[in-house]
Design a protein around this ligand. Sequence first.
Ligand SMILES: *Cc1c(COP(=O)(O)O)cnc(C)c1O
Length: 470
Amino acid sequence: MSKDQPKTMGQQFGRRSWAEPWKIKMVEPIRIKTPEQRLAAIEEAGYNTFLLRSEDVYIDLLTDSGTSAMSDRQWSGMLAGDEAYAGSRNFYRLEQAVRRYYGYRFVVPTHQGRGAEHLISQALIREGVTIPGNMYFTTTRLHQELAGGTFVDVIIDEAHDPQSQHPFKGNVDLQKLEQVILEVGPEQIPYISLAGTVNMAGGQPVSMANVKGLRELCDRYSIKIYLDATRMVENCFFIQEREEGYRGRTIESLLLEFCSYTDGAWMSAKKDSLVNIGGWLAINDEEVFEIARNLVVVYEGLHTYGGLAGRGMEALAIGIEESVADDHVRTRVDQVRYLGNLLASWDIPIVQPVGGHAVFVDAKSFFPHIPQSQFPAQTLAAELYLDSGVRSMERGVASAGRDPETGEHRYPKLELTRLTIPRRVYTQAHMDVVAESVKAVFEGRDSVRGLRMVYEPRYLRFFQARFERI
Ligand SMILES: *Cc1c(COP(=O)(O)O)cnc(C)c1O
């Protein structure tokens, strides 16, 4: 690129409308089923959108995980797969990409994020230890618990308030954290589990100042920080947009700086990195790396493929590079905000500020007449599907599961229905259709009844639980 060519649309057009920095080369037809077919499908699925068949869905906002569109460059990388069992060329490309863009020393590939969570949990957690973190994530906490640890939430209070306009609702409350350290003792804390952005809080970011402060505090007590880097690129966009002193910086440089305050990271590459499957664990400490590199051969595959094909590692290496482009991140987050702003303009209660990957509807305010024990967020996801074939996901009491000690439901403050936007897949017109459907359900909300759970699996129940209308 020549020096006088503007790098981003922002530099060229100032504050005018944005547009995606790509055009569509291949399409996949989608169809909407009839209202009768949708009713039959959601009943068959036990009112759980995870149990719907994809072909019964019109616009699929279940998740941004593995649902993004790859670029022509990534697809060409798929033909450059070196499918050797050991030492694939594509592994070294992936290792190089993680080192260059995230800055860590050692890389272990895994089949997806939870594979990496499993390795780091088994490597560092002993029976009885405490892992403080900025709000739980379902698979992260489960792996920490299965390894014998207890997760303690030390996120700032604002994160639990859907109306709080705090610009960095993902921040760690350093006072809360220090209290936990003093209570259990620093030697009982193998690491801090830091996530950027915080999925369960609504895709909310952590500020650079907060991670710096966290590093200082942890250095005083010799505690490690491990980062859930799944949506760190989106987190860096919010730093660039909102944080004093970082406005002129590129996403690329912000990502490197942020990661430099941590000791390692696990990654679900199915999110930021624009691939359909993949993940990694990255570590600076050589001893911890040796443990993880040994464990990976037990659970995932050899340490140079970790459950991935060579072609998948190539597409991932390219995806990492594409994911940090400023224009890409901006249009991605702005599309999410377009949907959020539309809903907010109709007074539909959503988590504010709108986060990086999804719009989270506040189901408690949406259905004030449905008690949390009757799964208001699950109910909203089912109603939305019935109205328009749009698929969303529950992030409330079903996702929170049961307390392992007491066996009771965990009732989170946030009871949310998530409309999650895949990257580079849907257009603004799809967002309009989704918004109008949420509005239609909102207008008929008074006659909607809640759900009761009739089947509950033991682990991560939200994936497979079944419900009935009350
Ligand atoms: C998706 C996700 C994970 C788990 O990754 P998978 O690839 O689904 O196994 C971990 N942390 C966060 C924040 C996630 O969103």
